[in-house]
Design a protein around this ligand. Structure first.
Ligand SMILES: Cc1ncc(COP(=O)(O)O)c(C=O)c1O
Length: 387
């Protein structure tokens, strides 16, 4: 097909040309002085973005690895973890914890909204013996496009006087939705490279509070590759206990320069908000339903759209890819069938977004999905209103 394809899944996201160039640098000696300097710069930048002055360990792994690391470093076999099931990814994290042998208590969400802090408060109040050792929540649920109020979860823990650690997955929010590990009182923040950080998959991390470090000293889950101790021992020197994903670390330093020092995070977050607002305006104008049905919790990272009964999201996505060269996200878990997801995160501008929305609208027309109206005028109006 002539022209360029658009990758508009909610991660992995588009990688800017400058970051690709950084990735293409000849591989450095990962024990040499130049790499150590770059790694220190990348780790310092990542801490700024996560909002912490504390410890942070960076793994050559996808986000799932950092999920596992957060658990095995803070818990002992059989410990109880409270999960809130906002959607597919919260469910998969809980399943992983169960496979590791932890006792999982899950609060069932409706997969249409963020974490309900009052439900967490209730569960904590019922746990008078403090059996729950950790509360695990997602900042952004990538399967539904719902953002959770992490400050409200922190307040629920504090109000209950409950000592459980707060573990937060920011894999799909970091760099796209404001977040602050220290300010929010998170104990472990889990993040990954392939979404708002504008890198390919392959890096993930844990940001770690003092309380989590103390829990780590007492935690008895066997761990080796994921052990924070060895990672932290060399971190200040830009040194890793095993071979880091060195080309990705070089690219991380470049991406963080672009985000933190050049565009600036206020502008990055405002750009995500503006583009997301335009996507939501198009969906509303089409007369289609958004999976997240609480407007204030709708994510600036992606919009999950529900098709009316009788229409198949995967068939629509296949048409849009084959005819217009645009990749969209599929419906995950129980949302497979009616839901598709438009990613609007990372290295994205108005032209890419409106191209994407046009392709979606053309696909909807080809599939004869009943639409209230064109979504494009509403999207363009939203984008021009901010100029
Ligand atoms: C919110 C969230 N958590 C966890 C994961 C799993 O991360 P990975 O696929 O990088 O292992 C994803 C992946 O998309 C995600 O969106």
């Amino acid at each position: 097909m002539p022209g360029r394809d658009l990758l508009q899944i909610p991660g992995p996201s588009n990688v800017p040309a400058r970051v690709l160039t950084a990735l293409a640098r000849p591989t450095l000696d990962h024990r040499g002085p130049e790499f150590a300097e770059i790694a220190k710069r990348a780790l310092a930048g990542l801490k700024r973005l996560v909002g912490t002055t504390g410890a942070l360990v960076l793994y050559p792994a996808s986000g799932t690895g950092a999920w596992e690391a957060a658990l095995v470093n803070t818990l002992s076999p059989g410990d109880k973890v409270l999960f809130y099931e906002t959607g597919h990814f919260a469910r998969v994290w809980a399943q992983l914890a169960a496979r590791l042998g932890y006792a999982c208590q899950t609060i069932e969400g409706d997969w249409r909204s963020g974490t309900r802090a009052d439900a967490i408060a209730e569960a904590l109040a019922a746990d008078t013996g403090h059996a729950i050792r950790a509360v695990a929540v997602l900042h952004n649920e990538t399967s539904t496009g719902a953002v959770s109020d992490i400050a409200a979860v922190r307040r629920a823990l504090d109000a209950a006087g409950h000592p459980a650690l707060l573990l937060v997955d920011t894999i799909s929010s970091l760099g796209s939705v404001p977040y602050g590990h220290d300010a929010l009182g998170a104990d472990v923040t889990v993040g990954g490279s392939q979404k708002g950080l504008m890198l390919p998959p392959g890096l993930s991390f844990n940001a770690i509070s003092e309380r989590a470090l103390a829990a780590h000293s007492a935690a008895r889950t066997p761990r080796a590759y994921w052990d924070w101790s060895a990672m932290l021992e060399g971190a200040e020197r830009g040194s890793f206990p095993f071979t880091p994903a060195s080309n990705l670390v070089v690219a991380l330093a470049e991406a963080l320069t672009m985000l933190l020092d050049e565009e600036g995070m206020d502008a990055v977050y405002a750009r995500h908000r503006r583009l997301a607002d335009a996507a939501r305006a198009a969906v509303d104008a089409w007369g289609l339903e958004q999976q997240c049905n609480v407007p204030s919790e709708r994510s600036d990272v992606l919009t999950a759209v529900r098709l009316p009964a009788g229409y198949e999201a995967d068939a629509l996505r296949a048409t849009i890819l084959a005819r217009f060269g645009v990749s969209l996200g599929n419906g995950l878990g129980r949302l497979a069938g009616p839901v598709f997801r438009i990613g609007h995160l990372g290295d994205l501008n108005e032209t890419m977004l409106t191209g994407t929305l046009s392709a979606v609208e053309m696909g909807l027309r080809l599939h004869q999905v009943p639409l209230a109206d064109s979504g494009m005028p509403a999207a363009l109006e939203r984008l021009c209103a901010d100029v």
